[in-house]
Ligand binder design. Sequence first.
Ligand SMILES: [Zn+2]
Length: 187
Amino acid sequence: MISFKLFGMNVRLHFSFLLLLSIFLLLEQLEQGSRFLLAVLWHELGHLLVLLAQKQQVTLLDCSAFGIRMERSSCGTFWQDFLLHLAGPAFNLLATLFLLPWNKLSAIFHLVLATLNLLPILPMDGGNLAALVLGQLLPPRAAERSCRLLSALTWTLLLILGAWLFLRHWNPAMLIFTILLAFQCSA
Ligand SMILES: [Zn+2]
């Protein structure tokens, strides 16, 4: 992981982020790479606009193959946090609807990004949303345990799906994503 400071904000570039950029460059898939990066930036714009609307300051920018995570100077209320985590996938879903008649490949990138980010696995947006909701329903310790269990169960299902896709159709994308996700979760 590479870390540096930019405008008083800590920036972290994870190995998985650099690996993904290198794969796009190596495969000379710059067009697909730039479409993917635009979808990621659009996703983060959703989060950033909500943060700005809540008058929060960004203290950390954490870039990995699973998106760019931001941390802010102070915690919000339940609904502020709920909107913040929902904003990224919601922006991607809006872009999917808008782009579908004009640019199917970009629309698919946005849809895939929204779906993956909504998976109830920490530190994805879906995992954070699940943690927030469980935190409202259960005592703190039980909420934390349930959230970890939900993350582990979802990850195991993804691993089985990834292994099946690889063995049946020789498509390693889901398997690689799931393995990289495990590194991201333990980081
Ligand atoms: Zn997000």
